[in-house]
Design a protein around this ligand. Structure first.
Ligand code: SF4
Ligand code: SF4
Length: 329
């Protein structure tokens, strides 16, 4: 009997999700024994034409990581959708937009100006910017076009399941692969991780006071962090209370606050707003001026509360002129 065919693909991502697959360690041999990997650009030399040659629905599942922000990524995810029975948004960038999604604070022009012109290490006096088409003596060279707006995977194609995390924890990947192979999958649209907040699986949860009251938000480098005590109780902005569990509280175990990569639990529409409201409610003051002073200590509120989820948020992007309503890219 032929084995189920699977594909892995990456869009706007850092490569960490690909590493997470390798983190399966010897478990990867079980995966390889159970499936045929027919497309995995980061590791295997298959081409787009190999995917095009597949029949529609011939892939049992495509694992797609990264946000979508270019014409090339859009074409590839549309193609993989057509060829796949199931698509899994793999990791925070595919699920929520992730770190690349923070670019939705700006537009393409502002980003290109920064990257190709303004940063001090760039030497570009002729202002050479990437062009979709360039005429060269050897022929026309083409590049994918970059969109104005970073999108989550389910904003551009239909997604069957979501595997959260930056990157998804190995145990969750194993469970997801096992569920796919056994056909025992939860309802379509499910997030393949427990629907409970991270604090529940944190070793420090017993030291988290019932009625936390924060008078000053601190950053990890500013204090000697007690390795036993709840980080929030130490004034560190730990987003465990509003983040989905499933990672084993990996960062907290490393004595660092949770930054929320597993995203929200079910029924939360906007992770950033939920996080902001949860943290603001802990501020120990009724005086507007004092509250403002305490909250001012949160450096980069967008990067803190929407670190992984700006494209999936109700804000979606800043800059009214570029709100695209799903049309302008
Ligand atoms: S707030 Fe952070 S440190 Fe405290 S119990 Fe929750 S996850 Fe653990
Ligand atoms: S502790 Fe938070 S940021 Fe760290 S891996 Fe877990 S969910 Fe992600």
């Amino acid at each position: 009997m032929s084995k189920p065919k699977v594909a892995f693909y990456w869009c706007a991502s850092c490569g960490g999700c690909e590493e997470a697959v390798l983190d399966l360690a010897e478990g990867i041999f079980d995966v390889v024994a159970a499936v045929d990997i027919v497309f995995w650009p980061v590791a295997l030399d298959f081409k787009r034409t190999d995917v095009e040659a597949l029949a529609d629905g011939e892939l049992a599942v495509s694992f797609i990581n990264g946000a979508v922000r270019s014409s090339e990524q859009y074409e590839m995810v549309e193609l993989l959708r057509k060829k796949s029975q199931a698509v899994i948004a793999f990791g925070s960038c595919a699920q929520l937009g992730g770190i690349p999604g923070l670019a939705n604070q700006f537009d393409r022009e502002a980003m290109f100006n920064t990257v190709y012109q303004d940063i001090p290490t760039v030497d570009n006096p002729e202002k050479v910017f990437p062009q979709p088409k360039t005429d060269t003596p050897q022929g026309i060279v083409t590049l994918p076009t970059m969109w104005d707006t970073v999108k989550t995977l389910d904003q551009v194609i239909e997604v069957d399941y979501f595997l959260p995390g930056c990157p998804p924890p190995v145990e969750l990947i194993k469970d997801a692969v096992g569920a796919i192979l056994s056909g025992e999958l939860p309802p379509k649209g499910s997030i393949l991780a427990p629907d409970i907040a991270l604090c529940e699986e944190c070793d420090r949860r017993d030291s988290k006071p019932e009625d936390l009251a924060i008078t000053e938000f601190k950053r990890p480098f500013q204090i000697d962090i007690d390795p036993e005590k709840c980080l929030l109780a130490q004034g560190l902005l730990c987003l465990g209370p509003v983040t989905r569990k499933g990672c084993g509280a990996a960062c907290v175990k490393g004595n660092m606050p949770c930054t929320g990569c597993m995203g929200p639990t079910d029924h939360v529409t906007d992770y950033g707003m939920k996080a902001l409201s949860a943290m603001a409610s802990l501020v120990d003051s009724n005086d507007d001026k004092e509250i403002a002073t305490i909250l001012d200590k949160v450096v980069d509120p967008v990067g803190t509360f929407y670190r992984y989820s700006l494209p999936a948020s109700l804000l979606h992007r800043f800059h009214e002129a570029n709100v695209d309503g799903g049309k302008k890219r």
